[in-house]
Design a protein around this ligand. Structure first.
Ligand SMILES: Cc1cc2nc3c(=O)[nH]c(=O)nc-3n(C[C@H](O)[C@H](O)[C@H](O)COP(=O)(O)OP(=O)(O)OC[C@H]3O[C@@H](n4cnc5c(N)ncnc54)[C@H](O)[C@@H]3O)c2cc1C
Length: 409
């Protein structure tokens, strides 16, 4: 039997080391700061900076990157364990420099950047000295279909000139640079070859942040941006001309899965809160945990979380072993995002008014969970892709097994 669901000791050791650092250093430091009513924004920034330095010094840094660039060198499967652990502590992924969108951007730059781009843009990100953002979605066309992108980049001498309108560029305010997807080749025969990617310095003339778009959970630096004749030197083309779609796919596969890994940590936190509350709240003659309706919520959540973990691990295994992973990542992304939404909702339900209040983190978790079902490929777009691959596989191979994980059963 070749199937082994255990991690090698060094992976488990890395997971436990990150866990210990976050629970024993980061959490108490945050608690202390929260208790200090006089703490200013500046104090919080200083604390986060110090904790990030400690994370770096203790090797709890860049869980998603290879060791030769200063990362933990875990591989995608082992990363799942560490990323899920980090997400159980607020700001955990940021403290260990493994948060979105920087983590996806580092991955992209590591794959596609030239030597010059690596030195100028990747290295400071790896060092945690700067932040970045990814600017693809536009308010005027469906983000689900990047072939519709209207932002243009036109060659002018040694430069490209970018004009366009983007929104939901997460983390743009305070970022040093953006990876921008723009149309360079409107007449390309395949629509997927119309767009290219560029690295744009956020202090460039014409890079105009219009507003931080207010969401159902408040403002989180998801910016609306206008690119007004932004001049970008030719050496800032990222990847090949017309390769914007390809770059997006390389970026989004593992980045989508990285979101799933962090969501697993959040699902587990919500379910633990549900179980804890149910075992301590008394109503109509017994504890909530003794009522079958509540037990069903627990067991449904546990089964969905278990399936989520298996799906993420299997998709990670496929990426790590150079196998085709699109179908498994789509399935995992859809399942984990929906599990996150349902489990947070059930946890709010079991907490009653407390769950709805901001005294509990659950209300914020539920609001945040909502975007998981529509960003990084909406539910329906993943379902469409899953069905396409399913039908194609059946047509070409006369069976569906290879489109359902290719598992030997
Ligand atoms: C919190 C958050 C952070 C984000 N961060 C970033 C970021 O950093 N950078 C960035 O570029 N973008 C970002 N986005 C944008 C995100 O990638 C888009 O919202 C997503 O791609 C969907 O595009 P859209 O919003 O234009 O929806 P649309 O494409 O208009 O789709 C709306 C709905 O239509 C339905 N739909 C669309 N296509 C189909 C189909 N083929 N079949 C059936 N139904 C369909 C789905 O229900 C979908 O939810 C972020 C979004 C959110 C909410």
């Amino acid at each position: 039997m070749a199937i082994d669901f255990t991690f090698p000791p060094e992976v488990d050791a890395a997971r436990l080391r990150v866990r210990e650092f976050l629970h024993e250093t980061v959490k108490p430091a945050f608690k202390l700061m929260r208790e200090n009513e006089d703490a200013s924004r500046k104090d919080w920034s200083a604390l986060i900076k110090r904790l990030r330095s400690e994370a770096k010094a203790s090797g709890n840094w860049l869980p998603h990157m290879p060791a030769d660039v200063g990362g933990m060198g875990l591989g995608v499967t082992a990363l799942a364990a560490v990323a899920a652990e980090a997400a159980k502590v607020p700001y955990g992924p940021y403290i260990i420099n493994g948060h979105a969108p920087d983590e996806g951007n580092m991955h992209t730059l590591h794959h596609f950047a030239t030597e010059l781009q690596r030195e100028k843009y990747l290295q400071p990100l790896l060092d945690g000295e700067v932040r970045s953002c990814f600017s693809m979605t536009e308010p005027d066309v469906a983000g689900s279909d990047p072939t519709l992108i209207q932002t243009t980049a036109v060659e002018q001498g040694d430069n490209w000139v970018i004009n366009g309108h983007k929104w939901f560029t997460s983390g743009a305010r305070g970022a040093d640079f953006a990876i921008v997807i723009a149309r360079t080749d409107p007449d390309a025969t395949i629509p997927q070859a119309r767009n290219s990617a560029f690295i744009v310095d956020c202090d460039s003339q014409g890079f105009e942040i219009i507003r931080d778009v207010e969401t159902m959970s408040g403002s989180h630096n998801h910016c609306e941006i206008r690119y007004n004749d932004v001049i970008v030197p030719k050496e800032n083309l990222l990847g090949e001309r017309g390769g914007g779609h390809k770059l997006g796919q390389v970026r989004l596969g593992p980045a989508r899965l990285a979101h799933c890994m962090r969501w697993i940590g959040e699902i587990e936190t919500a379910l633990e809160m549900l179980v804890d509350r149910a075992q301590n709240r008394f109503s109509h003659g017994s504890l909530l945990s003794e009522k079958q309706g509540i037990q069903w919520m627990m067991s449904d959540s546990a089964m969905e979380l278990y399936a989520a973990k298996l799906m993420v691990l299997h998709a990670a295994y496929k990426i790590e072993n150079g196998m085709e992973f699109k179908q498994e990542v789509s399935m995992a992304k859809h399942h984990v995002a929906n599990t996150l939404w349902r489990v947070c909702d059930r946890a709010v339900q079991v907490h009653g008014a407390l769950g709805y209040s901001t005294d509990s983190p659950l209300s914020g978790m539920l609001q945040q969970a909502r975007w998981a079902r529509l960003a990084d490929g909406s539910d329906e777009v993943h379902q469409m892709r899953i069905a396409e691959i399913l039908m194609r596989t059946y047509k070409e191979q006369g069976e569906i097994g290879p489109a359902i994980g290719g598992l030997p059963l």
